[in-house]
Design a protein around this ligand. Structure first.
Ligand SMILES: [Zn+2]
Length: 279
């Protein structure tokens, strides 16, 4: 990429991500700071990753924004269990897209198809996590802890349900990536990142690995707090009632955003290793 391409990409990325972020804000799936995070991540990925990267990001963002609004009322009563729901803030958008944005920067300085494999794994992982969380809380059957198999209350970190771990949903991001990768190679005559099926397979594997790591870390390591006033466990350091909570287990430094960021790295590496093994 030359300087002109990057300038055009950054400008297009800025305009597109500003439009999408504004839409997300208007539909209450992004907070004001979340809008800033989405623009930062979107512009970086578009400008330095290129069109294929940008379009994969858009497909991810639209699908997860739509899901956070889906059956919102049924999820409302779970809001206090989760640290944050509905409106995604700056921390959440950076936790979800930060690693992918770093990969895009690397792609600018050291362009390589391997980076697209890493990017797909990161996106699939974040996608799988968001989709699983948003759909999982609506499950009719109670979730079970990934750590010990015991039934846990709906909305508990590390709790998985059949509805929340569907592989079919993971295929979506793989197919979209494949479509745009093909389109990109046809239109712009650039080298494809690998055979069509490989793109889908590494996205699936990255998504599954990231989502499972996310559940494990959520169940075993994430900081969990207790509100003495309400006699309830929560992910928040200050409970929704205003009471300061005390830590009961997990690492104080590891919150849900940290878990998401680490999981996107794990999904990313999984996709890369598989890609490397095949190519
Ligand atoms: Zn409380």
């Amino acid at each position: 990429m030359n300087a002109f391409d990057v300038a055009i990409g950054l400008l297009a990325g800025l305009v597109l991500s500003a439009l999408i972020a504004w839409g997300g804000y208007a539909k209450h799936s992004l907070s004001r700071s979340g809008m800033l995070g989405a623009i930062l991540v979107g512009t970086t990925i578009f400008g330095f990753g290129g069109w294929t990267w940008g379009l994969v990001l858009i497909a991810f963002f639209i699908s997860s924004s739509w899901l956070s609004r889906y059956k919102w009322r049924e999820k409302e009563h779970l809001a206090e269990k989760f640290a944050k729901t509905g409106h995604r803030d700056l921390g959440q958008t950076l936790a979800n897209g930060g690693w992918a944005a770093i990969l895009a920067l690397f792609n600018f300085f050291y362009p390589s198809p391997a980076l697209f494999a890493l990017f797909l794994g990161a996106m699939a992982s974040v996608n799988a996590d968001t989709w699983a969380t948003e759909l999982g809380v609506l499950s009719k059957s109670p979730p079970r802890s990934i750590a010990n198999g015991k039934i846990v209350p709906v909305g508990t970190s590390g709790g998985i349900t059949l509805l929340g771990s569907g592989e079919r949903r993971l295929t979506f991001i793989g197919l979209v990536a494949l479509l745009f990768d093909l389109l990109n190679s046809l239109v712009f005559q650039v080298n494809r990142s690998g055979p069509a099926f490989l793109i889908v397979v590494i996205s699936l594997a990255g998504g599954l690995a990231g989502a499972m790591f996310d559940s494990l870390l959520g169940a075993r390591a994430q900081g969990i707090y207790y509100c003495p006033r309400c006699d309830k466990e929560t992910e928040r350091r200050t409970h929704s009632c205003g009471q300061a909570t005390t830590q009961v287990r997990g690492w104080r430094r590891l919150d849900n955003d940290g878990v998401n960021f680490l999981s996107s790295m794990v999904g990313s590496l999984t996709a890369y290793l598989l890609w490397r093994w095949w190519m």
